[in-house]
Write a protein that binds this ligand. Structure first.
Ligand code: ADP
Ligand code: ZN
Ligand code: ZN
Length: 690
């Protein structure tokens, strides 16, 4: 007796087959079973899906093709997992098949059921947690917070200063869970791949390496399969990972931690643009798992959600304001008014003196600047030529080391010309500065300075250019940790997360531009970056008393810096939220963007405007505002013109209803005359950059 079964497969991003396809099966396979099915001429991985979500027309059974293989060696994916996928698909306006299949390890497409059975058996062999490390005595703040987490359902927002011991709180929550429930699983997410090794070693030291696995995109396919099988079978009790881990199959998931929850990396920036932090909250509710978001500078959304219940708050706010250890004071923030410093000074004299002072005491410093390369523009002193990218509406950046002009948007690279390509003048000069120039300049300024041991000062630069090859970042970080480096120069990459114990001075070379950005989230990101950077200084209680955070600025009395000086995140948040409320911006409204790309700006905008026209009526009835299509801030990249359209509503539900109804319209417009010449389009729900 064969029967038709709905199977979810990966379909092209915007194909109309958003639901499932029907296949015949002789066995009544339960939903969640992994299968291989014929699709066109190839065979593809699929998942038996729930009948209810079947979104396509009935096909005569006689015309259906049979399932090729059922991977019955693997337990089916759980109902909660399938619901998570269905929710993410409808919320972020993508096909469920795309989201589901992207969450599975690629090797599931290749191995036979027997091969998978053997691998599964191997993962199951190793299970029991084995503590190898003595846990420290908790601080009173940690104790209070743990008691609160124990007593309430959450979700929780753990607002804890950098170095307040948040990771220790996560470790204890996991420990309590594993002790209470011999099968329970926990998930801990961090924003960046390069933070996972540090985290993995802490969890492995506490619980034993056998029960901890990692899941991130930097792993090889066999590693990914191994971790996934361990999580899926329940053998792994703790799954650590980046945003993709939110879709890990974990049958006994009871706790989800999202560390550094404010970090924009939790939002996927291509394909299905999901927020792993927001999905973690949803998944927690689905699975009955506690969710803990942690940060020293929470996103304003999470901060707003954790306001008092009486004011409508939904998260429980937990506080750990103090750093661990005696004298674990926060660094002193010093603002240098660059209006009163020598013109064009990269390092103001007081900052330079301070750096020398640290070197004399064998302490480390860190200087960051949010721009890599030597100089952002090369320009001709005789004519108006600038190093524009011929393919993008952006300048190519001057990289001195290999003497190239490189476009950071499309990658177009050329040798630096000897003379101005426009007028032939040899007088072409770099304008502005990047980390490469900062490093060079600092080396000149410190050329005559010696370390106490008589050796020359050692400067190391860490940014995307110095860490392109595998292992380079680790090697450079190891140099810093071992004390070989006196001054670390880099982009924001170095300001985040790393536990540098010997750094006592952190300096932001030139952070002002974010104060006046057109992106309403720029101040939030800057404040968070500076607080995180300040948190790098003086992590060792013994030296934290003298640690300093320097900010070179033209606007020393700006409220953002005033709040930074006081380490006052709540003050900063209150001021920002007030502005957002007055302007009707998130979290007081909800947004989505439709982006369109075409060879001409007119074509891209025509598509958006047509879609808008067809949506006007529905938008008005739902209290949704459709803004006119505009060029994106970097309008052209790799010869493709880009436009976007903002959609806004005071109600998340209304916005969702509008988008759901509008979906077919967008597809129809794409097929019609206004879609002619369009290269691609995509919806971004809850976008982080506008
Ligand atoms: P956060 O994640 O809040 O920045 P961590 O959890 O990394 O802070 O803790 C900072 C440092 O303090 C770490 O080296 C950690 O081992 C240590 N630490 C945390 N809790 C305690 C404690 N209760 N007693 C002693 N040391 C602790
Ligand atoms: Zn010229
Ligand atoms: Zn370019």
């Amino acid at each position: 007796m064969t029967q038709p079964l709905p199977v979810l497969v990966q379909t092209p991003a915007h194909s109309q087959v958003a639901g499932t396809l029907s296949y015949l099966s002789e066995l009544a396979l339960p939903a969640g079973t992994l299968v291989r099915v014929p699709l066109g001429r190839r065979e593809t991985l699929g998942i038996v899906w729930d009948a209810a979500s079947q979104g396509q027309a009935e096909v005569e059974t006689s015309r259906l093709r049979p399932i090729a293989t059922a991977l019955t060696a693997l337990p089916p994916l759980s109902a909660a997992w399938r619901q998570l996928v269905d929710f993410a698909a409808s919320y972020y306006q993508r096909a469920a098949g795309e989201i589901a299949l992207a969450a599975l390890p690629p090797q599931l497409r290749e191995l036979s059921s027997e091969q998978l059975a053997r691998r599964l058996k191997r993962t199951a062999a190793e299970t029991a947690p084995s503590a190898t490390e003595q846990a420290p005595t908790l601080t009173p703040e940690q104790q209070t917070v743990l008691a609160q987490i124990e007593a309430q359902a959450g979700p929780f927002l753990l607002f804890g200063a950098t170095g307040s011991g948040k990771t220790e709180v996560y470790l204890r929550c996991v420990q309590a869970l594993l002790e209470r429930d011999p099968e329970a699983q926990a998930m801990v997410m961090v924003p960046e791949i390069n933070l996972t090794p540090q985290l993995e070693s802490r969890f492995a030291a506490r619980f034993g390496a056998e029960v901890v696995v990692s899941l991130h995109s930097g792993m090889t396919n066999p590693q990914r399969l191994k971790s996934w099988l361990a999580a899926h079978s329940g053998a792994a009790r703790i799954v650590l990972g980046t945003r993709m881990a939110v879709f890990a199959s974990m049958p006994k998931l009871r706790l989800i931690v999202v560390d550094e929850e404010h970090d924009p990396s939790y939002k996927q920036q291509e394909g299905a643009r999901y927020s792993a932090r927001d999905l973690a909250i949803y998944r927690g509710r689905l699975e009955g798992a506690k969710v803990i978001l942690g940060s020293a500078t929470p996103s304003l959304e999470s901060w707003h959600h954790s306001r008092p219940v009486a004011e409508g708050g939904r998260y429980v706010r937990l506080l750990m304001p103090s750093r661990v250890g005696d004298g674990g004071a926060l660094p002193l923030v010093r603002r240098v008014d660059m209006n009163h410093q020598p013109k064009h000074a990269v390092f103001s004299p007081p900052l330079l003196e301070a750096l020398k002072g640290r070197i004399a005491k064998s302490e480390q410093s860190m200087v960051f600047l949010n721009r890599r390369g030597y100089a952002p523009v090369l320009h001709c002193n005789d004519c108006e030529w600038k190093s524009e990218c011929p393919h993008c509406s952006a300048f190519r950046v001057f990289h001195k080391l290999d003497r190239t002009l490189r476009c950071h948007h499309c990658g177009f690279t050329e040798r630096v010309p000897r003379a101005c390509p426009s007028c032939g003048s040899p007088d072409i000069r770099p304008m502005g500065r990047g980390t490469e120039k900062l490093e060079e300049h600092l080396a000149e300024l410190l050329a005559d300075v010696q370390r106490p041991d008589g050796q020359p000062v050692r400067i190391v630069r860490i940014d995307a250019d110095t860490t392109k090859l595998k292992g380079e970042l680790e090697a450079q970080l190891a140099q810093v940790h071992s004390g070989e480096v006196d001054v670390l120069v880099g982009t924001q990459m170095i300001a985040k997360g790393h536990d540098f114990r010997r750094i006592t001075l952190v300096a932001a070379a030139n952070p002002d531009s974010a104060l006046f950005s057109s992106d309403f989230r720029a101040p939030e990101r800057l404040f968070s970056l500076l607080m995180q950077a300040a948190g790098r200084a003086g992590r060792d209680a013994g030296i934290s008393a003298q640690s300093e955070m320097w900010v070179q600025t033209q606007h020393p009395t700006h409220p953002l810096y005033e709040n930074l000086k006081k380490h006052d995140y709540p003050g900063f948040a209150a001021q920002q939220l007030k502005e957002r409320e007055q302007a009707g911006l998130p979290p007081y409204s909800f947004q989505a963007l439709v982006r369109a790309e075409a060879r001409t700006q007119e074509t891209a905008q025509a598509f958006l405007n047509a879609a808008s026209t067809f949506g006007t009526e529905a938008a008005a009835s739902l209290n949704v505002t459709l803004y006119p299509a505009v060029p994106m801030s970097v309008q052209r990249v790799a010869n493709v013109e880009r436009a976007q359209m903002l959609i806004e509503s005071p109600s998340r539900a209304a916005l969702q209803r509008f988008l759901a109804g509008w979906h077919d319209t967008l597809h129809a417009v794409r097929q019609g005359p206004e879609g002619k010449g369009l290269i691609r389009w995509a919806v971004d729900v809850d976008p982080l950059t506008i």
